[in-house]
Design a binder for this molecule. Structure first.
Ligand code: GAP
Length: 446
């Protein structure tokens, strides 16, 4: 993990937030390459959900949440972790993560108390605590409360889904393991609404689909274990959850959870609960003004759909993908190289164009024209690497996972060809510059 964290800082993927003032625990900033990698991962998820499925629509809802939403969702009452204080060192721990000794000697713990993980903030000009909102602890609730807006505007029938990517906030008692457990993170969540009775079949299907998707992002199935969450560990809304557990550098932990949320959420937020035959145990709701149900085409009866929810963490995804991609290769004669073998569609930079000499106008102009033409393909970032040191250029681009380096030399001026070096094999070949767009597109989608 230490080597990965150091690469992330050195090359501009991820920085500790607020570092110049001592940092803020549990918060990280994504740098120039990190933001590209993160956007590429989110785009891959969005494509696989919204663009590849005509029965899935997207949403981008607000982060600040009306407290009533989180009252009926159950978060106000149940979204807490047991917390313990050490009387010796005055530190605070999660009950399931207690150390034996602290920095002041043997720990002396208090009884556990429940600690709600939601952040609150004041809304409006008067700060007397009477008007507050929560920062959403998951993106899911905004999907449920927009259920009617989405079906009315997009004429959906069951089964169908609503997908959302966005920030979530949890006041974790002990944030740790780099970007694995943080207080501000991003989620990619799908709420897939199905007919009651078909839920278990859909649950299984989504587990398979999600495993295949992670494999395409470079997280192989052999480094994943499925954890069928036992009943006494299930979240209050879940009838069954399968966690996709990945072998992170610090141990086997959750990358994504796929839950069968039954009709709990729509049933909790709907009006007219008594008329809707809701199977989950929900809090009586006298505040909602909207029926969150769908009319069955054949029977004409109102049905509260069941929900299958694949919920993945973007930051945990980045950590898993970088961990898989990170390689130190022995080049012989005491030399080695660090290479980030990212799937090309995720690479922050798709190609680097390198003029052989940085002060030669002809070479630099030709390289610059090629950069522009490859950039216009709209496949992600292409850079002009004008440092005049090809070896250093290769090393840098190996470390940041650039699939191709393209060198413009004097021969290029004569015959319009360039040397293309592949990141993974380090093989070099001479290719016509006119053929490069197609070559690059193929390499990115390989
Ligand atoms: N809507 C369901 C839900 O939020 P969750 O298991 O609490 O379920 C889903 O969270 C995913 O969000 C997790 O699998 C994980 O990838 C990510 N996640 C949760 N808490 C996190 C944290 N403190 N830091 C980073 N990622 C987190």
């Amino acid at each position: 993990m230490d080597e990965l964290v150091s690469l992330c800082k050195r090359r501009g993927f991820i920085f500790q937030s607020g570092e110049i003032y001592g940092g803020l625990q549990g918060m990280y900033d994504y740098g120039p390459l990190g933001v590209e990698l993160k956007n590429n991962l989110k785009n891959a998820w969005w494509s696989s959900m919204v663009y590849e499925n005509d029965n899935i629509e997207g949403l981008d809802a607000s982060i600040l949440s009306n407290p009533t939403v989180l009252k009926y969702s159950g978060h106000e009452d149940t979204f807490s972790d047991p917390m313990v204080d050490c009387k010796t060192c005055k530190s605070r721990f999660r009950e399931d993560q207690l150390p034996e000794n602290c920095n002041k000697g043997k720990c002396d713990f208090t009884e556990a108390r429940q600690f709600n993980l939601m952040f609150k903030t004041n809304v409006g000009p008067i700060d007397d605590g009477s008007s507050f909102a929560y920062l959403r602890p998951e993106t899911a609730q905004q999907i449920f409360i927009n259920f009617k807006n989405v079906i009315d505007s997009s004429s959906k029938t069951l089964p169908f889904g609503i997908a959302q990517i966005g920030k979530a906030f949890r006041n974790e008692i002990t944030p740790r393991n780099f970007i694995f457990r943080v207080r501000e993170f991003e989620q990619m969540e799908l709420e897939f609404f199905v007919k009651p009775g078909t839920d278990e079949d859909w649950h299984e299907r989504w587990v398979k689909k999600r495993l295949d998707w992670w494999e395409k992002q470079g997280v192989p199935k052999e480094n994943i274990e499925l954890y069928d969450v036992p009943e006494d560990e299930l979240a209050h809304y879940s009838k069954g959850t399968i966690d996709i557990m990945y072998k992170f550098p610090h141990g086997l932990e959750e990358l994504e959870g796929i839950a069968n949320r039954t009709d709990f959420d729509l049933g909790s937020h709907t009006k007219n609960q008594d008329e809707l035959n809701i199977s989950a145990k929900v809090m009586p709701n006298n505040n909602s003004n909207t029926r969150l149900a769908i009319q069955d085409i054949e029977s004409k009866k109102w049905v509260v759909p069941y929900v299958i929810e694949p919920s993945a963490g973007v930051d945990r995804g980045i950590l898993a993908i970088m961990n898989e991609a990170y390689n130190v290769e022995d080049l012989g004669e005491g030399k080695e190289r660090i290479v980030l073998k990212l799937k090309p569609h995720l690479s922050p930079v798709k190609a680097a164009v390198i003029p052989l000499k940085k002060n030669n106008d002809d070479l630099v102009n030709k390289a610059s024209d090629l950069k522009k033409s490859l950039q216009s393909l709209n496949i992600g970032r292409v850079v002009l690497e004008n440092t005049g040191n090809i070896g250093k250029g290769y090393r840098r681009h190996d470390e940041i996972g650039t699939p191709l380096c393209i060198t413009i030399d004097f021969e290029s001026l004569e015959d319009n060809t360039a040397t293309v070096r592949d990141r993974d094999t380090m093989k070099q070949e001479r290719i016509s510059i006119d053929a490069l767009p197609e070559y690059l597109i193929k390499r990115i989608h390989k």
